[in-house]
Design a protein. Structure first.
Length: 248
């Protein structure tokens, strides 16, 4: 368990932390004199749960937020459980043949990672996996952009992504990598079983070793003029194609 204190910023992120992980919220700072009804509701909920709440000046919130748009709310937070990669097989097994794993190979922009996590939470993914090196990690920007998703789904930062993919294959997870030069269409494959969808970084896409480890490469067909989608948009498209198939 990682209990290092950090600040989470923004009304949605703070409200989500209070709702889903109140035990790790150490204190909440709200803008003094703020009339937003959501802030009032958040204050009342937090006080009912025994969380310390302080009203402070806007400039104090600005300093804590470090340039992020805080919407009048920040919270000092002891991060919830940090998942160890050895926990991943247990989560896959618990999904009973319907695991859906999102793998992000080197996403650099915290806003993109946050948006990917938000889509992952909405799609009900089993876990999100990304490498520890050469990729953005969970930080205040990611937490704010994810609108609380970073605290509601298992997130794994792994030492060796290719090894993790091979370990997933050994326990029956089929690995699909998204690549613009692939021949197969995302919409033509079966995404109903234990599946991992792997998306690459904003600039370079999938790394060679990651591509080679995937069971199959697939593409999102695009009749328009653009060669590729933003990674967070592509993540949403891919995940919700899996959701569509599983609900059919």
């Amino acid at each position: 368990m990682n209990k290092a204190a950090q600040w989470i910023v923004g009304l949605n992120a703070v409200a989500s932390a209070v709702e889903h992980d109140a035990d790790n919220v150490r204190e909440i700072l709200l803008e003094a004199g703020g009339k937003n009804s959501r802030i009032t509701d958040l204050e009342q909920q937090a006080r009912r749960m025994g969380i310390e709440v302080r009203r402070v000046a806007q400039n104090a919130l600005d300093g804590v937020a470090g340039g992020l748009r805080h919407q009048g709310a920040v919270a000092r937070y002891a991060a919830a459980r940090t998942w160890d990669e050895h926990d991943l097989p247990e989560l896959i097994e618990a999904a009973e043949g319907k695991a859906l794993v999102l793998v992000l190979d080197g996403v650099q922009d915290p806003h993109n990672l946050g948006a990917c996590l938000r889509s992952a939470a909405a799609a009900g993914v089993t876990a999100v996996v990304f490498p520890k090196d050469k990729a953005v990690q969970l930080n205040a920007t990611v937490r704010k952009t994810s609108a609380g998703a970073a605290d509601t789904i298992p997130v794994f930062s792994v030492t060796n992504l290719s090894r993790t993919l091979r370990d997933l294959q050994k326990i029956g997870v089929w690995i699909y990598g998204l690549a613009g030069d692939a021949e197969a269409s995302l919409y033509a494959i079966d995404l109903k079983g234990n599946v991992a969808l792997v998306l690459g970084s904003e600039g370079d896409g999938l790394r060679r070793l990651t591509r080679d480890t995937c069971d199959q490469l697939v593409k999102i067909p695009m009749p328009g003029d653009f060669e590729s989608l933003n990674v967070s948009v592509a993540t949403g498209v891919a995940l919700f194609e899996a959701v569509r198939q599983r609900q059919a």
